[in-house]
Design a protein around this ligand. Structure first.
Ligand code: FUB
Length: 323
């Protein structure tokens, strides 16, 4: 009898502790998930990651939503290669935007190695953030190498004048292209070109752009994603076209916490100078390239606008419901 009471007490304490949990913890949710694209839709945080597995198993994407950064709900198979006839494998690095009550999910597929192969960057569309997403174009949006950039790792940036840009590229080259308003193709730049190379020093992949204080922050991943030295660096410019001069590294492994920290996204609490970086990293116990999990930390700035180095934590961040 005494033993039973003790056990019940223990369960009660665990339940209370769980109910009072105020920190997200890292990783944010279980499972191998990489390249997290974090956004806010309708006062809810959403994360769209790559399902991190061998390429032939990367045939779908899951998404995760949260009202407070602490409690996460999994939305399974929001996109599946079954609904994209040209995509067979290696569904990578989603980027998502909302436009006129539709959600456009840009994704990489097939890991093409040359212009003869089918694949590249595609677009899927849905009426809800949790999908189901369907192929929007029936073909890739970018299906060739331009300026040496493998068509993967897309990011979609809306400029202050309303122009939409696709920023993308693997294999150490990064391009920017101005999207047509309906996302079916590209608008040429003044010189007639469609794809402008904006590659900064040491760039490898995973571009991200955001604005703060009237400046364009450009971030990217460096090193090899399967190794410990994967990391994130950044530049600041006055235009989305650059030029981007590398300022330095702000996210990297911490031998006490995790390795391979990189391929991130950035979220701002609307109307506030409060920022988060959402990224993937590899637990110290793991060596497999695909053993990547999605984590979160605060992103802080210095007075002069430069970014402070990110501190990797196991605790993550405190609950932050959106009003
Ligand atoms: O997850 C697949 C690939 O790994 C991404 O496209 C790269 O950026 C790297 O994170």
């Amino acid at each position: 009898m005494q033993k039973k009471t003790w056990l019940l007490g223990l369960i009660l304490v665990a339940l209370i502790a769980n109910g009072q949990q105020k920190f997200s913890g890292n990783p944010l949710f279980p499972g191998w998930y990489a390249d997290p694209e974090a956004v806010i839709f309708n006062k809810t945080y959403w994360i769209y990651p790559t399902y991190s597995a061998p390429y032939h198993k990367q045939v779908f994407m899951d998404a995760f939503s949260s009202r407070d950064l602490v409690h996460w709900k999994k939305h399974e198979k929001i996109l599946d290669t079954a609904s994209v006839k040209w995509a067979k494998r290696a569904l990578w690095a989603p980027a998502i935007v909302k436009k006129k009550n539709r959600y456009f999910l840009f994704f990489g597929a097939n890991d093409i190695q040359n212009d003869q192969q089918t694949g590249g960057i595609g677009v899927a569309v849905a009426s809800k953030p949790q999908g189901p997403f369907k192929d929007y174009l029936g073909r890739p949006l970018v299906d060739r190498f331009h300026n040496g950039a493998q068509p993967i790792d897309q990011f979609v940036f809306k400029d202050k004048d309303g122009a939409w840009y696709l920023i993308y590229g693997g294999w150490r080259h990064c391009n920017i292209a101005r999207l047509k308003d309906d996302f079916t193709g590209f608008i040429p730049f003044k010189d007639g070109s469609l794809f402008k190379e904006i590659t900064p020093e040491k760039y490898v992949e995973g571009p991200v752009m955001f604005m703060r204080g009237g400046k364009y922050y450009f971030m990217w991943s460096e090193g090899g994603w399967t190794g410990p030295d994967y990391s994130v660096s950044y530049a600041i410019a006055d235009s989305p076209l650059g030029p981007f001069r590398r300022i330095g590294k702000i996210l990297q492994q911490d031998p006490a916490i995790a390795t391979g920290a990189g391929h991130h996204s950035v979220v701002q609490v609307p109307g506030r100078d409060e920022w988060y970086i959402i990224y993937h990293r590899r637990p110290l116990t793991e060596k497999d390239g695909n053993a990547r999990e999605t984590c979160i930390e605060h992103l802080y700035f210095n007075e002069d606008g430069t970014i402070k180095p990110v501190v990797l934590t196991n605790a993550g961040v405190a609950a932050r419901p959106l009003k």
